[in-house]
Design a protein around this ligand. Sequence first.
Ligand code: HEM
Length: 113
Amino acid sequence: MDILSGIILVIHMIGWAIVLGGALTSMREPRIAKGVTHGALTALVAGILLVGLVEMGGGEVNNIKIAVKLVVALVITAMAFWGDKNQEKVSRGFLGGLAGLTVLNIAVAVLWR
Ligand code: HEM
């Protein structure tokens, strides 16, 4: 992996860390913190860029794994944006779902080899 893909991978992981951290730290007073939508969008765009960069560099990505991650990531991003617009409807369970799906995708990313 060259330096550019490496940097994008770091951005990708920081973005998801913001989503997970933001969801967990808002549990006491349930809401979607502003950073969560930004983190999700940044991470999503970085992930898509990363697929292109890895393939351009002659590497291979597991397309089925990426498809699974993409579907889950789109659900996470949609939930974050919906919650941002409907803050009064955001509950602990909703934030738990957001955090759980993010953890699921981290597990898919790391354990599916
Ligand atoms: C909640 C959603 C996501 C999480 C938590 C996540 C997490 C991660 C993590 C932890 C890694 C590093 C693992 C490793 O290199 O072994 C990684 C790598 C990567 N991710 Fe994601 N990701 C998500 C969504 C996506 C999406 C939507 C895409 C693209 C459409 C994507 C594309 C990639 C690529 C290309 C890599 C490089 C390594 C590989 O081929 O697996 N990710 N992701």
